[in-house]
Design a protein around this ligand. Structure first.
Ligand code: R5P
Length: 267
């Protein structure tokens, strides 16, 4: 692997733990002002100190993150559809030159295996990997799941393996029963999305199960920024990912940090 790609990957996945807590705040690119992300700067700023990297679009990066901030960026570079249309009909939205100008540590793009525009999204990924390889920028493939697909190990293993075969350097997918099969069949590191908001303890259990089944961490959004206490939640997720905390210990950390923040807010 090229030195530049390795170097950028080591900014995304912490070399000392081999794991990462990525904060996904790119939801607006197809669903508009998502709950909890209506004002991106307000949501993102307090979470930055606890995120190993941010996953977001160039629009939110430019408007809502200070350029002096040294958190690594994984730039969402696919899109072109909205929740009102066929979601799989994505293209590449952002040039490689723009990713370089924005000092991205990586680029992210969705693939929709089994959906109407499967071929187009897989060719998008291949093109992006070709460009990334040229300039030393790793590519994160997101295995988006169409409404008609089942999020089981068989399907997710298929999607993750295809992403890796086409050259993705890192894959983001969903946790499922039998997740070892998904990770085992994917020769590049895997991170999980959190999915829809769950009670905090359940989301921590999800992160725990994923890393214990071989994921290198999480690229979590709604389960952090829609939490009653987002900072407490990301700190609890970090304790699982980087410190191998148990779910009980992480949940305890969440409750204590939340109480402290609530008290501070009421004084
Ligand atoms: C999906 O295509 C986007 O990358 C989402 O923004 C991300 O996967 C969602 O993260 P979460 O499911 O944890 O909110």
């Amino acid at each position: 692997m090229d030195w530049g790609i390795k170097n950028r990957l080591s900014r995304i996945i912490r070399p000392d733990t081999g794991r990462t807590v990525m904060l996904a705040v790119d939801h607006g690119y197809f669903q508009g002002p998502t709950t909890g992300l209506e004002s991106p700067r307000k949501t993102i700023t307090p979470l930055i100190p606890y995120a190993d990297c941010l996953m977001l679009t160039r629009g939110v990066l430019r408007t809502s993150v200070d350029a002096s901030c040294d958190v690594p960026i994984v730039l969402r570079v696919s899109g072109g559809t909205s929740i009102l249309k066929e979601l799989s009909n994505e293209g590449i939205t952002t040039s490689i030159e723009e990713a370089i100008r924005l000092n991205a540590a990586g680029m992210a793009l969705s693939i929709f295996v089994g959906s109407e525009y499967e071929r187009q999204t897989l060719l998008n990924l291949s093109r992006l990997v070709n460009m990334g390889e040229r300039y030393g920028i790793p590519v994160l493939a997101v295995t988006a799941v169409g409404r008609e697909m089942t999020r089981d190990a068989r399907y997710l293993a298929l999607a993750c393996r295809i992403a890796a075969e086409l050259g993705a350097h890192l894959v983001k997918t969903y946790y499922c029963e039998g997740f070892q099969e998904v990770v085992g069949g994917c020769p590049v590191p895997v991170v999980i999305a959190g999915g829809k908001k769950l009670p905090e303890r359940d989301a921590l259990q999800l992160a725990y199960d994923a890393v214990h089944a071989g994921a290198v961490g999480v690229d979590m959004g709604r389960n952090i920024f829609q939490s009653d206490s987002p900072v407490a939640m990301i700190r609890a997720v970090r304790s699982i990912v980087h410190e191998d905390a148990t779910v009980d210990k992480a949940y305890d950390l969440y409750c204590k940090a939340k109480d402290k923040a609530d008290k501070k807010a009421s004084t």
